[in-house]
Structures are given as structure tokens and as C-alpha cells.
Design a protein around this ligand. Structure first.
Ligand code: G6P
Ligand code: ZN
Length: 593
């Protein structure tokens, strides 16, 4: 315990509302310079505290977690939040070493650290996979006592506060604290800051989910090799400690494993977009012997048998085997199909869920296995209530846990935390491969698992087209034009395919009854093929139109075609239905994945 002699007096600083402080799919994200401008961060943080106090959260004397993904300006922002937390009455602040905590680790810390001192929530300083740096993006998310993102009723209150805020409070005489190594600072008056190893809590939770010995066995198999690209995001310390340390992967298996404030910046192969997909994870995709369409290319180096990548805050994952890409929708369905090989689910799965645009591969598995399956809007927060069913939050509700869920946007996870979890997804795959390898005696790869899966369940060919940085007003007009036609196209033919329904997706939460309207436009055809349009809720400038394409091929059909080719006829229909080229002036998407 290090005693810090400091003045804990609270300064009240007058301020005025700043327009546009409204969180999107995943917290508040803006240009870094906007966040750094006078009172911007303080207004938002104070609005969160005001909301918490209004909601009777035990802020007074309570424990709060503050950390982030290591991006530019995090060190400064974390010190400001600590000083404001004490001014709001917080008793103890927890930080990961270096101010680092991945998003799933934050969730694990909030839920599981220091029994008896559980924290009431945490601030994650991250804009996820968005580039970091003074000219790029900054973000902040508040997670609640269950370790999950704030629900909509809470973010609505925060937004109300941002519109009426008149002052914020800060203990501005507390000196900046060194967060680089584990230590506890005693600030006096019952207030303390505890810095702890950023990996330990997450690792402890993961150890309860998986059989580390069996994964170690796979990793030491003479035919096995792997690479894990951390893309200079926060996953580095976790990957080194867990994959190379605990599981014994060869030194150097974890690449780009030092967190950088700009995630490698413009000079990196991924131009600072620490986003694990076929377009941005350039180094990994090349090392796995693929091009950005996911097609095999010649390689002059040995190709690892298993490959993975994580985004800036390490909640996303991408999974590959040699010259083979596992699409995220398939990854989710395959993990659920093989969940009996994962100790976390030894007593059986009770529920699973996907976001609406994620392919229906999961539904087919769930139906065959008799597991309850939910379709929710895009955004991890929608999974939270399902995971909390049957707990002290919703004691009267039927429980859906143990539970697995995921999204097409490279997010997969389960109810061990309340965030998607990049490391969990990697370990889930390694666990499945380990158990199958133990059984068969020869090394089983992700490609083997996929082929076996499609032969049993059929294949949902899938692709997502992103049109990034398009004009916001024009893309909203386009969405409105399609919305106005909802319900009117059933029975009509498009490109030789008959439309079954076209609607606007709306979700009624089965646990708390809350309704989320306007969650994307769906065109569903007679043969089960789907075309979906959404506007991204995570962008910072302009708008991103997302177009999701899906075509189902039955188990006795042609299962080894290229996914991007199979969905091309659907893309042509989608462009006709949306008039996208006319509205946005774009001929081609910026990202296909
Ligand atoms: C974040 C959220 C996910 C969401 C993804 C894409 O990662 O946590 O739940 O699927 O963003 O969201 P967007 O609104 O950009 O499609
Ligand atoms: Zn992320």
C-alpha cells in the first residue's frame, strides 16, 4: 500500500451541454480531438455518474473499474475519470496495469474480482476496432454491475443528462498516478486506487470454461502450429500470457503483441484498423495462405495450422486454418454444434442467440439439438438480458444459461462474461480441435470441422458488403424508401427468386418486454435466402451502409463453392431493390467479408 498525501477537496466546474453526446451500437465514439476539447469527456462522465446516482446505483463508497484498450489519449482520460470518480463519491478505483483491460477482461473484473468488494460498474476507454490517434477515433463505454454494456433505458437517461448538464465535479488536486505496475494507492479518507495485473481475472474465468491441459496437448501435437495476430491492440499481453505462457505455444506465435496507441497507424499493413476481417487483417490472412477474397494463394513460408486475430479492444475474433477462413456466422454455429466438447457446457446448453443479420446456420443447429434460439438486434447489449434470465436480475424468468451467442461482425461469446470475448472464441475452437484430435489420433483442423458440419447441417453461404463513409442524408433516404415498401413485395419475383416477406426488423425482449424498433430491413425469399440492409451504429463520420447476403445450400447440395461467388446474384437483386448506386454514388463496396 503506497500512501499518497493529497488534497481530496472537490471542485465544481460550471459547464454547458455539448450537442451529439449520444452513444451508438457500442458506447460514445467521436474524433479524438472532439473528445479532447474542453469539458467534452468531463460532461459525458458526469452525465454517467448523474444517471447512476439517479438510478440509485451504490456509487457512494463503491468500487469502479477504469481502463481501456491502450489507444491514444487513454492515459490522460483515465486520470480525469479517476479524479471525477472520487468527486462523485466512489471509494475505490480498480485499474489494469498500464490502464489496460480488454473489453471482455473488464467484464470479468466487474463480475468476479475481489468477492465482497464487487464493483458497481466500469468505464472502458475504447473505440474498439476504430483507428486511434490524434486525428482518428476515441470512445468510451460504461458497463454495469453485471459486466455488460448499459441497457438502452440507461443510455437514454445519460443522453438526457448530457442535454441539461450545468456543472461537473472533480478532485483536481489528486496527482496523476503511475498505473504502470501493480500497486495500491491509499489516498486517505477511505479512498484508494488499486492497480492489478490486467490478465489475471480474465484468465481465472477462462480457466473455469476450458480444459487447459487438453488444449496444451493439441498445441504440443507435432503437426500443430499457430499464429495469433493481436493487431497492436490490447490482446497482446493476454495472448502472450495465456497462449504462449499457459498453453505453451512457441514463442513468437503471438504477433503484433505490443499494444500501440495508434494500433500501428498508417504504416501498418492494416493502416491502424485493428479489425480482424479478410480486408484489414492483412498480415494474418497472407500468412494463412489466403487473399482478401478468402481464396488460397501460394506461400513461400510454412502455413500455420491455426490462425486467429483480435481487434483493438480484443472482443472480436477471426478464426482460420491453413488456407481456410471460418465465417463468423459459421463459427458460432459450429461452436454450438460442438459445445459438448467444451467443459463450460458439460451440463448442456440451454440457450443460444445471434444478431438478426447473422446467418441462420445457428438456427439449424439449435433446432436439431432442441436448444432455444433467439434473434436479437445488432449490439451485444441485447444478449445480456437473455444471459441474466433466471439470475437475481430476473429471478422469475426461465433461464437460458448456459448460453452461447454471436454476431456476423466477428463477435462470439458466452455467459461467463457479458461481452463478446475474442480470447474465449480462440480457446473454444482450440478446445474443440483438441478433443477431436484426441479422439481421432490425427490432427483435426477448422477446415475438417467445417466440412463435417456442412455435410450434416447444410451450408449458409454468406457475405457482408460495407459501403463506408457514404453521405448520411442520402443513405437515410435510401433506407426510408425501402422501409416505405415494407410488406408490399411478397409474391413478386426478383432475379428468378420469389420474395416471401419484406419487413423492418423489430425486437421484443422476451425477458423484460422492452421493444426496439427499426433494427434493419429484411428481404426474405421463399428458399430462405436473405438480403438485409442496416446503417452501422459504430461509425464516427458520415454513414456506413451494411448489406448482408445469405443463401442456404442443403447438406446434399454443392458445399464447397466460394461464398462470395454464391451470393453475387443476391447482391444484384439487393442493388436493384435499394437503388444503392443512385442514392450513394457508389459502384462497389469498400469492404467485403
Ligand atoms: C460492435 C458491437 C457489436 C456490433 C458491431 C457492429 O462491435 O459490439 O454488437 O455487431 O459493433 O455494429 P454496426 O452497428 O457497426 O454494424
Ligand atoms: Zn471491439
Amino acid at each position: 500500500m503506497a500512501k499518497v498525501d493529497c488534497d481530496l477537496s472537490v471542485s465544481t466546474v460550471p459547464t454547458a451541454p455539448i450537442a451529439g453526446q449520444k452513444p451508438g451500437t457500442s458506447g460514445l465514439r467521436k474524433k479524438t480531438k472532439e473528445f479532447m476539447s474542453a469539458n467534452y469527456l468531463a460532461n459525458y462522465v458526469q452525465s454517467v455518474f448523474n444517471t447512476l446516482i439517479e438510478m440509485k446505483t451504490p456509487v457512494q463508497g463503491g468500487t469502479l473499474v477504469v481502463s481501456g484498450d491502450g489507444r491514444f489519449w487513454n492515459p490522460e482520460a483515465i486520470q480525469i475519470i479517476i479524479k471525477m470518480a472520487f468527486a462523485a463519491g466512489v471509494g475505490r478505483v480498480w485499474c489494469g496495469t498500464g490502464g489496460l483491460l480488454s473489453t471482455p477482461a473488464m467484464s470479468a473484473v466487474i463480475r468476479a474480482r475481489g468477492k465482497g468488494f464487487e464493483s458497481f460498474g466500469g468505464f472502458i476507454c475504447s473505440a474498439s476496432h476504430n483507428p486511434g490517434g490524434i486525428n482518428d477515433d476515441y470512445g468510451i463505454k460504461y458497463n454495469c454491475e453485471n459486466g455488460g454494456p448499459s441497457p438502452e433505458k440507461m443510455t437514454d437517461l445519460m443522453v438526457e443528462w448530457t442535454a441539461k448538464i450545468a456543472e461537473y465535479k472533480i478532485c483536481d488536486k489528486i496527482p496523476d498516478l503511475d498505473l504502470s505496475k501493480p500497486i495500491t494507492y491509499d489516498l486517505g479518507d477511505g479512498k484508494s486506487v488499486e492497480v492489478f495485473d490486467c490478465v489475471e481475472d480474465h484468465l481465472a474465468v477462462l480457466k473455469t470454461c476450458f480444459d487447459f491441459d487438453s488444449i496444451r496437448g493439441l498445441i504440443s501435437h507435432p503437426d500443430f502450429s499457430m499464429t495469433y495476430d493481436c493487431m497492436s491492440g490490447v490482446q497482446g499481453p493476454y495472448a502472450i500470457k495465456i497462449v504462449e505462457g499457459e498453453l505453451g505455444a512457441a514463442a513468437g506465435s503471438c504477433k503484433n503483441a505490443v499494444p500501440l496507441p495508434d494500433f500501428g497507424g498508417p504504416e501498418s499493413a492494416w493502416h491502424g484498423h485493428a479489425d480482424p476481417n479478410l480486408t484489414y487483417a492483412v498480415e494474418l490472412v497472407r500468412d494463412m495462405g489466403l487473399n482478401k477474397e478468402g481464396l488460397p494463394i501460394a506461400s513461400d513460408k510454412p502455413i500455420p495450422k491455426f490462425g486467429a486475430a483480435a481487434d483493438g479492444d480484443a472482443d472480436r475474433n477471426m478464426i482460420l486454418s491453413s488456407q481456410f477462413f471460418v465465417s463468423p456466422s459459421d463459427s458460432l454455429a459450429m461452436i454450438v454444434a460442438n459445445s459438448d466438447l467444451i467443459p463450460q457446457f458439460k451440463d448442456g446448453l440451454k440457450g443460444c442467440a445471434r444478431s438478426m443479420p447473422t446467418s441462420g446456420a445457428l438456427d439449424i443447429v439449435a433446432k436439431k439439438k432442441g436448444i432455444e434460439c433467439f434473434e436479437v438486434p445488432t449490439g451485444w447489449k441485447f444478449f445480456g438480458n437473455l444471459m441474466d434470465s433466471g439470475t437475481h436480475y430476473f429471478p422469475d424468468k426461465k433461464t437460458y444459461t448456459p448460453f452461447i451467442c454471436g454476431e456476423e461482425s466477428f463477435g462470439t461469446g458466452a455467459d461467463h462474461v457479458r461481452e463478446k470475448d475474442g480470447m474465449w472464441a480462440v480457446l473454444a475452437w482450440l478446445q474443440i480441435l483438441a478433443k477431436k484430435t484426441e479422439k481421432s489420433g490425427k490432427l483435426v483442423t477448422c477446415e475438417d470441422v467445417a466440412n463435417e458440419h456442412w455435410k450434416e447441417y447444410g451450408r449458409n453461404y454468406y457475405a457482408r458488403y460495407d459501403y463506408e463513409g457514404v453521405d448520411k442524408a442520402k443513405s437515410e433516404e435510401m433506407m426510408k424508401m425501402m422501409s416505405d415498401k415494407a410488406g408490399s413485395l411478397a409474391g413478386q419475383e426478383f432475379g428468378g427468386m420469389k420474395m416471401k416477406t419484406n419487413d423492418i426488423f423489430e425486437y421484443v425482449d422476451p425477458v423484460d418486454g422492452s421493444v426496439s424498433k427499426n433494427q434493419g430491413i429484411r428481404y426474405i425469399f421463399e428458399d430462405g435466402s436473405r438480403i438485409i440492409f442496416r446503417l452501422s451504429g459504430t461509425g464516427v463520420a458520415g454513414a456506413t451502409v451494411r448489406l448482408y447476403l445469405e443463401k442456404y445450400e442443403a447438406a446434399d447440395g454443392s458445399l464447397n463453392q466460394h461464398q462470395f461467388e454464391v451470393v453475387k446474384p443476391l447482391a444484384a437483386i439487393a442493388l436493384e431493390l435499394s437503388q444503392l448506386q443512385t442514392y450513394t454514388g457508389r459502384e462497389t463496396p469498400t469492404v467485403i467479408t
